[in-house]
Design a protein around this ligand. Sequence first.
Ligand SMILES: Cc1cc2nc3c(=O)[nH]c(=O)nc-3n(C[C@H](O)[C@H](O)[C@H](O)COP(=O)(O)OP(=O)(O)OC[C@H]3O[C@@H](n4cnc5c(N)ncnc54)[C@H](O)[C@@H]3O)c2cc1C
Length: 313
Amino acid sequence: MLRRVLLYLSERRWLRKLITRYGPTRAFAWRFVAGETTESALDAVRELSSRGIASTLDLLGESVRDARDAEESANEYLRLLDAIRESGLAAHISLKLTQLGLDVSEELCRGNLERILEKASEYGVFVRFDMESSAYTQRTLDIFGDLRQRWSNCGVVIQSYLYRSEQDVEELIRTGARVRLCKGAYLEPSSVAYQRKRDVDASYVRLMEKLLSAGNYPAIATHDPDMIAHAKEYVREKGIPPRSFEFQMLYGVRRDLQEALAREGYNVRCYVPFGTEWYPYFMRRLAERPANLMFVLRSVLAERRGAAGGRTP
Ligand SMILES: Cc1cc2nc3c(=O)[nH]c(=O)nc-3n(C[C@H](O)[C@H](O)[C@H](O)COP(=O)(O)OP(=O)(O)OC[C@H]3O[C@@H](n4cnc5c(N)ncnc54)[C@H](O)[C@@H]3O)c2cc1C
């Protein structure tokens, strides 16, 4: 129930204004977001790299409704690619199609993506198309399928909560596409998605096994210890080389597990989001773990007590 409320609120603009201006929530957001600037994000990449963890950088933004804003988002990604190259760091990038204009026109979105893929390919940077709500699944897969014919340096995301994902995974395996598998972070109706955690998890296991056995360097994106243990056991049993896939986790989530897997010799990549448009991303992270919400509320209350002259613990 709380998850549904938080996901609903993640799309409300009035709350966005309140939360992004409020000191304590901003401070808590930095646990999940690597700051608002490219410099702060590259510092995070550098720090992760020193611990043996690779990165994919996400310049936060989504649901852009204006052509000029979508073009500006693409320009920002081009500047990010230049900054990655200048830094000498080996980071990937992740992006959302609605940030590049998919809600305005498919043509605009494709044009923006082409500019990014062209430069990324020249610089040897891998580009991941994040997956948004089910309203965009088919269009994202179609655009990805087309652009991949020209640029091989890209991959896509599949969400295990969608009923359709088994077929999508089979098709992507058949074409040799690179897939990141996640559970799915949006509010979806029962007509398209499993609602119970155990069904989402069972689907995750089925898709993960297919990808580990036959996929092209799949990314197993989860913090769920059961999924991770299953992946490790499965590759061991089947004799699949540990370097033929990677684990992926989100910035600020289960850092202990990220480090432990890297120390055990697995490839680990951290998804590093940054930028000023962090509100919906932040709300989805709260929705995944109610304990995070309690932490925010406690910080807010503590600050209020501080402002009223009481002691802040
Ligand atoms: C690298 C990466 C990329 C992703 N890309 C996409 C995408 O393109 N599209 C999309 O829809 N979703 C994406 N997601 C989000 C994903 O769909 C899930 O919503 C999210 O990962 C939580 O699911 P879980 O697999 O960790 O398992 P869950 O069953 O949700 O959680 C398992 C355990 O992980 C820990 N955990 C999970 N989330 C948090 C959190 N926010 N804070 C603290 N602890 C937590 C808790 O210990 C929890 O018990 C991505 C996730 C990752 C890791």
